[in-house]
Design a protein around this ligand. Structure first.
Ligand code: HSE
Length: 362
């Protein structure tokens, strides 16, 4: 279906039809860091229930990291992929058929492309080009990479619509907590007018540990060691990660057309122990707060009352949505972590499967 070099339209449509009949989902995984490896482990653990409960047979036909490609048109042995990655640190030298590293996204037939490369908030690359190639070659895309969405949200949504495929990104906000789905699907018929939340697990963890008396750099090292922080932790500390999530939410949930440049952003590097102690006297804690309403779009450290529903500690994220008719609701959950984020990819995969309509034969 997705090979853009095949010119015969009838063949393309029939090929897709057959794949829907066999419940086969051929998947390309690009990026095999903590989240990518967790996703493969999750697939290994849940293949029976995925078929039984949702009729999905995922087949990973290619895994790609920065140094190599593992490829098998009939489906990779995921244990072997994970072992290779763990033993050698990359997929270079993976034993199997060779594949063109440059054009593999367009060249391979697949229903879904997973873009899991690290977030780059300067250029959004390589994620942005990968997503564009996948959408143009009519593959559904799931990404947990915030860069492309924070910098080019509207054009990517338009490109997906134009090519009649889906772009899903639940894991970009809230890790495994379904923040985007809650706002988008659970409040249908109502209008969200504003939201406020803690969107970054790493800074929440650091501020929580600092409130326990740990110095900033020790708390940061701890967060890095536990795998919460971005590959470049200044994205967490300087508020860029939270700002990217705020932009994604503002566009997807509120229908705004904003990018990172529109966010008034302050990180936590200037938060001092005395600020934390002063807040504690007033039964408050300093949290990195993101807010969106019709007047404001900001990320900044603010003292939050311990009675506020968004007051959460550790790596937890929390968002309060305010709606026209249903009042306020707060969703709380783990905002970072490999397996948690992998669970959001699985949800997106199931949603894509359920939304795939049977193509008309012409
Ligand atoms: N570094 C991010 C955080 C990971 O701490 O929230 C999840 O986006």
């Amino acid at each position: 279906m997705n090979n853009c070099y095949i010119q015969n339209t009838n063949f393309i449509i029939i090929s897709t039809y057959i794949n829907k009949k066999t419940n086969l989902m051929r998947i390309i995984v690009c990026g095999l860091g903590v989240v990518g490896q967790s996703f493969l482990k999750l697939l290994l653990a849940s293949s029976t229930s995925l078929y039984k409960d949702y009729g999905i047979k995922p087949r990973i036909i290619a895994c790609v990291d920065s140094k190599g490609i593992a490829y098998s048109p009939t489906g990779l042995d995921l244990e072997k992929v994970l072992t290779t990655k763990q033993n050698f640190g990359s997929l270079k030298g993976f034993d199997g058929p060779k594949l063109d590293y440059v054009n593999y996204i367009e060249d391979l037939d697949a229903e879904v492309f997973l873009e899991l490369t690290p977030t780059n908030l300067q250029t959004a690359e390589p994620g942005l080009s990968n997503i564009i190639s996948a959408l143009r070659s009519k593959k559904n895309v799931i990404t947990v990479n915030k860069g492309p969405l924070a910098l080019s949200f509207s054009s990517l949504i338009e490109l997906a619509d134009y090519n009649n495929v889906m772009l899903r990104f639940s894991g970009t906000v809230g890790g495994g907590t379904p923040v985007l789905e809650f706002a988008k699907h659970c409040l249908k018929g109502d209008k969200i007018t504003s939201f406020t939340g803690i969107l970054n697990g790493t800074t929440n963890y650091i501020l929580t540990r600092m409130a326990d008396g740990l110095p900033f750099h020790e708390a940061l090292d701890d967060a890095k060691q536990k795998g919460y922080a971005e590959a470049n932790p200044s994205l967490d500390i300087d508020g860029d990660d939270a700002a990217a999530k705020l932009v994604i939410m503002a566009n997807w949930i509120m229908g705004y057309k904003v990018t990172l440049r529109d966010v008034d952003k302050v990180g936590i590097s200037n938060v001092k122990q005395e600020d934390i102690n002063k807040a504690a006297i007033e039964k408050k804690s300093i949290k990195l707060i993101a807010k969106c309403d019709k007047n404001e779009l900001f990320v900044k450290p603010i003292p939050i009352s311990k009675d506020d529903p968004i007051y959460v500690n550790g790596t937890l994220n929390a968002v309060t949505f305010r709606s026209e008719h249903s009042g306020e609701q707060t969703i709380i959950g783990k905002g970072a972590g490999g397996m948690e984020t992998a669970s959001s990819i699985l949800r997106d995969l199931i949603e894509i499967r359920q939304n795939m309509t049977t193509y008309e034969l012409v």
